[in-house]
Design a protein around this ligand. Structure first.
Ligand code: SAM
Length: 277
């Protein structure tokens, strides 16, 4: 495996994924009942935007660093504020488990799988050995199968693989299918790079065949070096998410645009309806 998130931390794809992650976690906090956060591909937890990898790629400059300084509409600013607060103002950008940690209450629990032992160790340090969150150095697809449904019966699973393997789409689809069989009411958030729109469309259609979901895509340019379009699929989305995404997407697209072809997509898959978790 060659993937190193240090090069991509805080880029436009992280911004979309993490801003939406925070909106779903805030929805789960609306009820006192405990929830569980499961992160199948958790990463190292904290990334130095001044470090050599981030500096070499420069990707955060088109993502979080641009967003921090941007003028945004008051409606979108209100929705982004909890994410921007969790992301902080310094050079250390938090990964998904560290962001989720900021929204877990004493009664909530987190479970993170990360295949690379060094990254898992780094993550344990980043989470300051928080007793509420378990970090396991193991395959996240196997972990997902082992850990759903969680005892709380409410919560969110983030599935965020590197998509370096040809069969990653298949593995995400199959593990989502079996997880939904065991936990039909669970919320799942799947991140995807959109390199070939036809492949992403076929994947979304397949996910829509499993459950109701929202597809949220952000394109910052049509050509350029590296990734220019990304997507998040939220299975069993909170009923507020569609409206929140409709408020956020035009602003994120405007602020993060790299050319005049920047665009967004917001689409219901499998006739998404209100979640009752
Ligand atoms: N979710 C993180 C975030 O938002 O900050 C970023 C995760 S990064 C895109 C993907 C991570 O998955 C890498 O840290 C990589 O080491 C890890 N990984 C790759 N294959 C894995 C597998 N089969 N199971 C668990 N982790 C894996």
């Amino acid at each position: 495996m060659n993937y190193r998130h240090e090069f991509h931390a805080g880029n436009f794809a992280d911004v979309l994924k993490h801003a939406l992650l925070v909106r779903v976690l805030l929805y789960l906090r609306r009820k006192d009942k405990p929830f569980r956060y499961i992160d199948t591909h958790a990463g190292a937890g904290l990334f130095d935007l001044d470090g050599p990898e981030a500096q070499r790629s420069g990707e955060a400059r088109g993502g979080i660093l641009r967003l921090r300084d941007a003028n945004i509409s008051p409606e979108a600013a209100e929705l982004l504020a909890p994410y921007l607060e969790a992301a902080g103002a310094g050079p250390l950008y938090p990964g998904s488990p560290k962001i989720a940690q900021a929204f877990l209450r004493p009664q909530d629990r987190g479970l993170c799988c990360e295949l690379l032992p060094e990254a898992a160790n780094h993550l344990r340090g980043a989470l300051a050995r928080d007793k509420r969150i378990k970090v396991i150095a193991r395959d996240g697809f196997e972990g997902l199968n082992a850990f759903v449904p969680p005892p709380e019966r409410r919560g969110l699973v983030l599935i965020d693989p590197p998509f370096e393997r040809r069969d990653d789409y298949e593995r995400v689809h199959d593990s989502l299918e079996s997880a939904l069989r065991k936990w039909p009411g669970g919320m799942f958030m799947v991140w995807q790079p959109v390199k070939e729109p036809e492949v992403a469309d076929a994947f979304c259609a397949a996910v829509g065949g499993l459950a109701e979901a929202l597809r949220i895509d952000l394109q910052v340019a049509t050509s350029g070096k590296g990734l220019t379009r990304t997507g998040v699929i939220v299975v069993n989305p909170p009923y507020v998410l569609e409206q929140e995404a409709a408020t956020l997407l035009p602003e994120l697209t405007r602020v993060l645009a790299q050319d005049e072809r920047a665009a967004f997509w917001l689409e219901r898959l499998g006739a998404a309806k209100v979640s009752s978790q």
